[in-house]
Design a protein around this ligand. Structure first.
Ligand SMILES: [Zn+2]
Ligand SMILES: [Zn+2]
Ligand SMILES: [Zn+2]
Length: 85
C-alpha cells in the first residue's frame, strides 16, 4: 500500500487569485491548462504549457498541493509525494 499524502491536511480554503496564469498574464504569454495552489490560491499554468508556472511556483515557495481548475476537472496533485491526492 502506498503511504498516504500528509500534505492534504495543509490544504486551505483558497480562491483562485487570478483568471489565468498570473505570470503568463504579466508576460503577455499563453498557456494550455490552469492549476491552482491549494495553499495560497496562486494560479499557474500546467506542465503542458511552455512556461510551467504551477511547477515553478512549487519550486519557489514549496506549497505542496495544486488542483486543476479546468472546467470539469477537480483532481489534486501533491508535488512532494508525486501522486494524486
Ligand atoms: Zn503530499
Ligand atoms: Zn504561466
Ligand atoms: Zn502557493
Amino acid at each position: 500500500m502506498a503511504p498516504a499524502c500528509e500534505h492534504v491536511k495543509e490544504i486551505k480554503k483558497v480562491k483562485p487569485g487570478a483568471r489565468g496564469c498570473e505570470e503568463c498574464l504579466r508576460m503577455g504569454d499563453s498557456w494550455v491548462h490552469l492549476r491552482m495552489c491549494l495553499t495560497c490560491g496562486h494560479v499557474g499554468c500546467c506542465d503542458s504549457s511552455k512556461n510551467k508556472h504551477a511547477t515553478k511556483h512549487f519550486h519557489a515557495v514549496h506549497h505542496p498541493i495544486m488542483q486543476s481548475i479546468e472546467p470539469g476537472e477537480d483532481w489534486r496533485w501533491c508535488y512532494v509525494d508525486e501522486m494524486e491526492v
